[in-house]
Design a protein around this ligand. Structure first.
Ligand code: ARG
Length: 280
């Protein structure tokens, strides 16, 4: 059967080769607390963080994807989470405008990288916007969240600049402070999410938009299972999210577990470390 037209869940799902931006956690630390996972009193092993991050990069390369690197900068301990630095659609880049001053310096680093990498258009958000942390490209639309970081005004700005319709969702649980901690895009038409992270109205909207979504339970959500990177077939997710891995396998995807326990101390997982560079 042609994988591009296959609809059976047992058929191999079509995969698209992706281009990703990553940043090695050379200056990674938990020095401040801007989400409930961060505890500056708890020690962080930077060598282990680097080792775990290298494994993630190797997994992505092993799946055939192109990994590009952003130079880490001292004084920006969260810079490893490149997903928060921008949103890229069809070669157009909307650089983030971070909510917390501790991360503000990351915007300039992303701006410089994109300026040097010949993208069609590079703009910095005027509104508070944390990139793919809260703005997830899902086929014909962008799923956008607010509640903790990115604002509704930033959703409207993203729609204007990136040229895709934006669907606004409301996050309500501070543990799931970015959309990519509560929802993952699996392919053009399918997502997985943790319903309890959203307001009742957003839950209803998600049910209507994605009647066949995979739903995470509280345990898998707390294991950062929704912080996943999908290429349409392989879904790279934290190894603790066993129930999601099983559901993904049953739905015809290939779960690809990785372990990033050090980065999780900052409230991040695999998806936070990966910014997708979508060309025109
Ligand atoms: N410590 C970072 C913050 O709170 C973690 C960011 C994780 N990134 C993500 N895409 N969820 O901003």
């Amino acid at each position: 059967m042609d994988p591009l037209t296959a609809t059976s869940t047992t058929a191999r799902r079509p995969v698209r080769r992706r281009r990703y931006l990553l940043c090695p956690p050379e200056h990674f630390a938990v020095e401040y607390a801007i989400n409930p996972w961060m505890d500056p009193a708890r020690p962080v092993d930077r060598v282990a963080a680097l080792r775990q991050w290298r494994e993630l990069a190797a997994v992505l390369r092993g799946l055939g994807h192109r990994v590009e690197l952003l130079d880490p900068e001292p004084g920006l301990p969260d810079m490893v989470f490149t997903a928060n630095g921008a949103t890229v659609v069809a070669g157009r880049v909307l650089v983030a405008n971070f909510r917390h001053p501790q991360r503000a310096g990351e915007s300039a680093a992303h701006r410089r990288w994109f300026a040097g990498a010949r993208f069609r258009q590079v703009r910095t958000a005027a509104e508070v916007n944390e990139g793919e942390g809260d703005l997830l490209v899902a086929g014909p639309r962008i799923l956008a969240a607010s509640g903790f970081r990115t604002t509704p005004a930033a959703h409207r700005e993203a729609q204007r600049v990136l040229g895709l319709p934006v669907v606004t969702l409301q996050l309500t649980d501070p543990r799931f402070y970015h959309l990519d901690t509560a929802l993952a895009v699996l392919d053009e038409s399918r997502v997985m999410y943790y319903p309890d992270a959203f307001s009742p109205a957003s839950r209803r909207l998600l049910r209507r938009l994605y009647p066949d979504a995979i739903l995470a339970d509280a345990r898998d959500a707390a294991a950062f299972g929704l912080n996943a990177v999908s290429d349409g077939r392989h879904v790279v997710l934290p190894d603790g999210a066993r129930g999601l891995a099983r559901q993904l396998r049953e739905a015809g995807y290939t779960p690809t577990p990785v372990a990033l326990p050090e980065l999780q101390k900052a409230g991040g997982g695999p998806k936070c470390c990966v910014l997708e560079l979508r060309s025109a």
